[in-house]
Design a binder for this molecule. Structure first.
Ligand code: HMG
Length: 447
């Protein structure tokens, strides 16, 4: 079978930031460590007044096309994954293609464009669609551009407010990819859930605590489903395991659950038996409650073992670095976790070619998807070419009052003519310029 996967990747962060321990926590009257230690978050990215899902997506795509010297004729498909769309009919990919056509010779008339929705898992689903399109031989030698772009805003005062974020990830999906090849095997855990949703509203209705339980339950099912078609996974199989990261604390829970699952009936469980005993098995308990209580106690012990700590530090922690400074990017979140991991590999001089990643995507509502990826020859050049550190350093640090204004500017129901000056001067990027005669949003490229 043809190798298909991610050939190129670019990131665009919203140009503003909110400092959680120093600006958010004092106003909320919270201990800053609730954010840094509990949730694992230091800052969130926000869009400047002239940024939105289109500008961030188009800017990420332009960086990708420029770095790889691509023309519209090289791209046969543009899929945008988002849960922040402002148009119920015209897909965001058409707006982004319109932006790109302002600056490149040629156009995207030949390209199939769409928009994918399933909360945060839609970015991975768009990669899937591109994979299938290429494997089916329908791509006529062209690559697919997948863009995951979101402004992940919550209503003011919602517990999710601390986990906001804004940014876009653009990925080129192609044959013989340079960064990672995708496995044909996939696992799913999918169920009708009412934990996080936006029924005709901009900000989500969230049952936060339940959403965390649902995330873990669907992720476990997806891992079991993946194993049923792939192999029984072992902690040593993977260089990194990037998960969907609404906040790093969520991934700490998912990582521990995954480790417990993977070491069952292995030499690691044997080694740990003397220290913490074997894992509780359900048939040994009279009630489900007793079994669950025993599992919780066992997990508390397991997370303190040297074996778990070493595995977590090597395999999970490196995936969280970017997320901890940008917040939840919804559809882009698992894709910045992958970038974070590969950046760690590049910085530590790891020889990753041929190593495997296990990628755990998730979307509320709810569905988890797990697949494996094999790192390819060009991963290091691609990752070292990113300018994400410069982008992060250049973000404008919002005061609390400025944050409140920015939140209002991006709230659709507020007066649209709130006059708020931009915080950063746009340069060499697409910007939002206002509304057209049919209420469409309009954009232009600023030199
Ligand atoms: P909360 O009530 O503000 O926080 O809600 P908390 O009191 O639960 O504290 C959070 C953690 O910090 C806890 O850790 C505390 O113990 C700890 P845990 O017990 O869970 O391990 N903590 C401290 N640690 C150190 N020092 C301190 C301290 N104080 C507390 N002083 C919640 C948190 C996540 C519920 C909220 O932020 C929320 O509703 N977020 C939005 C929903 C969400 O992100 N859910 C995640 C799973 S669903 C998902 O990932 C999908 C999503 O991305 C959407 C999509 O798919 O489209 C959201």
């Amino acid at each position: 079978m043809t190798a298909v996967g991610i050939d190129a990747i670019e990131i665009w962060t919203g140009k503003l930031m909110l400092d959680l321990p120093n600006t958010f926590a004092p106003v909320k009257g919270d201990d800053p460590e609730k954010y840094t230690k509990g949730l694992g978050l230091y800052a969130s990215s926000f869009p400047d007044t002239y940024e939105d899902i289109v500008t961030m997506g188009a800017n990420a795509a332009k960086q990708l096309m420029d770095r790889h010297d691509l023309k519209p004729a090289d791209i046969g498909r543009i899929d945008v994954a988002t849960e922040s769309a402002f148009d119920h009919s015209k897909p965001v990919s058409t707006y982004i293609a319109g932006c790109l056509e302002q600056v490149y010779e040629g156009d995207f008339r030949h390209a199939n464009k769409g928009e994918r929705k399933f909360a945060c898992v839609a970015g991975t689903q768009s990669i899937d669609d591109a994979y299938n399109w290429i494997q089916a031989g329908r791509n006529r030698g062209r690559a697919a551009l997948v863009i995951a772009t979101d402004t992940a805003l919550y209503a003011r005062g919602d517990p999710g407010e601390a986990t906001q974020g804004a940014g876009a990830v653009a990925m080129l999906i192609d044959e013989d990819p340079s960064v990672v090849e995708l496995s044909t095997e996939q696992g799913y855990g999918s169920m009708d859930e009412t934990d996080f949703l936006k029924p005709n509203q901009q900000f989500p209705s969230v049952d936060g605590k339940r959403s965390m339980q649902v995330y873990l339950a669907r992720m476990r099912e997806a891992l079991e489903d993946f194993e049923s078609v792939a192999w029984d996974t072992h902690p040593d199989d993977f260089a990194y395991i990037p998960f969907h990261t609404p906040f790093p604390g969520m991934v700490r829970k998912a990582g521990l659950l995954g480790f417990r699952h993977m070491i069952r009936d292995t030499e690691i469980e044997d080694e740990l038996e003397g220290e913490i005993g074997r894992q509780p098995r359900e048939p040994d308990f009279e009630t489900r409650e007793d079994y669950e209580a025993a599992i919780r106690d066992h997990m508390d012990d397991l997370k303190r073992t040297d074996q778990y700590r070493a595995w977590y530090d090597a395999t999970i922690e490196p995936t969280l670095e970017l997320s901890s400074t940008v917040g939840n990017w919804y559809t882009g979140s698992v894709h910045i976790a992958r970038v974070s991991a590969l950046r760690h590999g590049a910085e530590t001089g790891a020889d990753l070619v041929g190593s495997k990643l296990l990628v755990g995507s998730y979307g509320s509502g709810a569905q988890a998807e797990i697949h494996a990826e094999t790192v390819q020859d060009g991963w290091k050049d691609e990752i070292e070419g990113l300018n994400i550190d410069e982008q992060l350093d250049a973000r404008y640090d919002l005061s609390w009052g400025e944050y409140e204004l920015v939140h209002d500017v991006h709230e659709y129901d507020k007066e649209t003519d709130i006059d708020v000056e931009e915080f950063t001067p746009p340069s060499e990027e697409f910007v939002f310029t206002g509304w057209g005669r049919m209420n469409e949003r309009r954009y232009e490229y600023v030199e």
